[in-house]
Write a protein that binds this ligand. Structure first.
Ligand code: ADP
Ligand code: MG
Length: 217
């Protein structure tokens, strides 16, 4: 992958979102099972409802500018998904928008993802180790920034990010939840992987898949 192929344009963002929707559909029952253990058993349903609404927006002819596209997605998730995850994921995409140019290079795509995460924190006040989606996203974007700083291309950097997201997701298992519904369980949430960290790892995996194949992005 080189030159223009290293740019994230609206078509690439659309492929990322469609891939995320597919992964959510594949993992819907796993996400719900994780939420049944430490929440109210609706995370798979919530994410499925949200991403189906996003796909409907895409099918209806999505915006041509990446910034407008992620703004549409954010508004869709905020309005269609009940529960904590809708506003949080919605805010993530809304906050990405100002940082996304027409054809973002790796660095500005990474900066947009970081802005999205900052939005999640502004909204939900998650800190490291609280056992939330933050614990998958933060290490992923740290790994992305580090890989790009080392001069790796966007595909390799996103693969590193996906690995870090998976590791971050797994690391939520031994944590006691301090935010969201699972925090009501306190120590009893220990031993269960966080559902939101699991869907967040899928979001990063979808981005890695986007630039993995030949001719994609
Ligand atoms: P609800 O908890 O309202 O039923 P979901 O089940 O869809 O909503 O989502 C639960 C997930 O939301 C959790 O697993 C966690 O990762 C995430 N979450 C909850 N509260 C916060 C927060 N304050 N900051 C970041 N993520 C959070
Ligand atoms: Mg829930």
């Amino acid at each position: 992958m080189s030159g223009a192929a290293d740019k994230i344009d609206a078509a690439a963002v659309e492929r990322w979102l469609r891939r995320f929707a597919e992964l959510i559909a594949e993992h819907e029952s796993d996400l719900t099972a994780l939420d049944a253990a430490i929440g109210d058993a609706d995370h798979g349903t919530n994410m499925m409802r949200g991403m189906q609404a996003v796909v409907a927006v895409l099918d209806g002819g999505a915006a041509e500018q990446p910034a407008d596209l992620v703004r549409q997605v954010g508004m869709t998730l905020v309005s269609k998904v009940g529960g904590a995850s809708g506003p949080l994921y919605g805010t993530f995409f809304l906050r990405m928008a100002p940082a996304l140019s027409a054809a973002a290079d790796g660095g500005s795509f990474a900066a947009a993802l970081r802005a999205g995460l900052n939005g999640v924190v502004a909204r939900g006040r998650a800190e490291p180790g609280d056992k939330t989606m933050f614990d998958a996203l933060a290490p992923a974007f740290d790994a992305l920034d580090a890989a790009l700083a080392e001069g790796r291309d966007l595909a390799a950097a996103l693969r590193a990010a996906a690995q870090a997201a998976d590791a971050g997701r797994d690391a939520t298992g031994p944590m006691a939840a301090r935010k969201g519904r699972a925090s009501y369980l306190g120590e009893r949430s220990v031993g269960h992987v966080d559902p939101g960290a699991t869907s967040a790892a899928l979001l990063v995996a979808a981005a890695a898949a986007l630039v993995d194949g030949d001719g994609v992005a």
